[in-house]
Write a protein that binds this ligand. Structure first.
Ligand code: NAI
Length: 258
C-alpha cells in the first residue's frame, strides 16, 4: 500500500492513472487546477512550491512515487512553463521526501511530439533552467504565428525527456535509489485531443504526424498501466528512459535511426 502523487489528476491520462492506482489499493494525492486533493497551478514557481508543500502536509511527508501527467498543448509559452518547469521544479521539491521511501519512483508524461521538429534554442533555455529566457523565446515563437507557436509543445517535451535522461543518473535520483522515467504516448483520446479528433481533417493531420499501425489511438488507461508499472516496486533498474507506448509511431517514424 503506497502513497502516490499524480499531477493532472482531474482529466485524461492523469485521471485514469489515479483511478487505476486507487483500484489497486494505493493512496493517491491528486494535484490539478480543479477537482483534486491539492488544487494548485503548476505554471508558476509559487504554484509549484505551494503544491509541493500541500502534498507534504497531506501525506505527513510520506510519499512513495510521483507521476507527473499535467500538461497542455497550447501554441504559447505557458506550455513550456507547465510541461517542463511544472514537472522539474515540482519533482525537485519532492525529492527529499521521496528519498525517505523504501521504494521511491518517479515517472512523467512526455510525448511522441518530443521527436518532432522543435526550437533548439528553447530546448537549451529549458535545460539551462532559465524560465524567464524560455518564456521570452516561447512568446516570440507564438508572436510569429500558430505554426512556430506550436513549437513550444514539442520543445517542452524534448527538453523534458532529455532532463529525465540527464538527471536520472545523478546522486539526487539514482543515488537515492529513485528510478525516473518518461512515457511517450502516441495519440490518446482525452479532452486534449478530442476536438482535433472530432473532424476528418483533424484526424488525418494527427494520423499523418503520428502513425499508429498497432491498435490505433489509445485510451488513457493504456498509458496509466505503464506509468503504474514504472512507479511500482517491480521496477528496480529501468531509469532515464522515454518509453514509447504509441502503437508503433516511433518505430514507423524513426525506423533504424536510434
Ligand atoms: P488533459 O487535458 O485531459 O489533462 C491534463 C490535466 O492537466 C488537466 O486536468 C489540467 O487541468 C491539468 N493541468 C493543466 N495545466 C495545469 C496547471 N498549470 N497546473 C495544474 N494542472 C494543470 O490532457 P491529457 O491528454 O490527459 O494529457 C496528459 C499529459 O499527456 C500531458 O502532459 C500531455 O502533454 C501528454 N500527452 C497527451 C497525448 C494525447 O494524445 N492526449 C499524447 C502525448 C502526450
Amino acid at each position: 500500500n503506497r502513497t502516490y502523487v499524480v499531477t493532472g489528476s482531474a482529466s485524461g491520462i492523469g485521471a485514469a492513472t489515479a483511478e487505476l492506482l486507487r483500484e489497486r489499493g494505493n493512496r493517491v494525492i491528486g494535484v490539478d487546477l480543479r477537482d483534486a486533493e491539492v488544487v494548485a497551478d503548476l505554471s508558476t514557481s509559487a504554484g509549484r512550491v505551494a503544491a509541493a508543500e500541500a502534498v507534504l502536509a497531506a501525506s505527513d511527508g510520506q510519499i512513495d512515487a510521483v507521476i507527473a501527467a499535467a500538461g497542455i498543448s497550447a501554441p504559447r509559452a505557458l506550455t513550456v512553463s507547465v510541461n517542463f518547469f511544472g514537472v522539474t521544479e515540482f519533482l525537485e521539491a519532492l525529492a527529499p521526501a521521496l528519498a525517505r521511501s523504501t521504494a521511491p519512483r518517479v515517472a512523467a508524461v512526455s510525448s511522441m511530439a518530443s521527436l518532432q521538429p522543435n526550437s533548439a534554442e528553447l530546448v537549451e533555455a529549458l535545460l539551462g533552467g532559465d524560465e524567464a529566457a524560455a518564456i521570452a523565446i516561447g512568446t516570440a515563437l507564438a508572436e510569429d504565428g500558430p505554426e512556430t507557436g506550436y513549437l513550444n509543445y514539442p520543445s517542452s517535451k524534448r527538453a523534458l525527456s532529455r532532463w529525465i535522461r540527464r538527471e536520472s543518473i545523478t546522486p539526487r535520483w539514482a543515488g537515492a535509489g529513485i528510478p525516473m522515467n518518461a512515457v511517450a504516448p502516441g495519440t490518446v483520446v482525452t479532452p486534449m485531443t478530442r476536438e482535433l479528433l472530432a473532424s476528418e481533417e483533424g484526424r488525418a493531420m494527427v494520423d499523418a504526424a503520428v502513425p499508429m499501425p498497432l491498435n490505433g489511438h489509445s485510451e488513457p488507461i493504456v498509458i496509466a498501466r505503464l506509468l503504474a508499472w514504472l512507479t511500482s516496486e517491480e521496477n528496480t533498474h529501468t531509469t532515464g528512459q522515454t518509453i514509447y507506448t504509441d502503437g508503433g509511431a516511433d518505430a514507423s517514424l524513426r525506423g533504424d535511426n536510434i
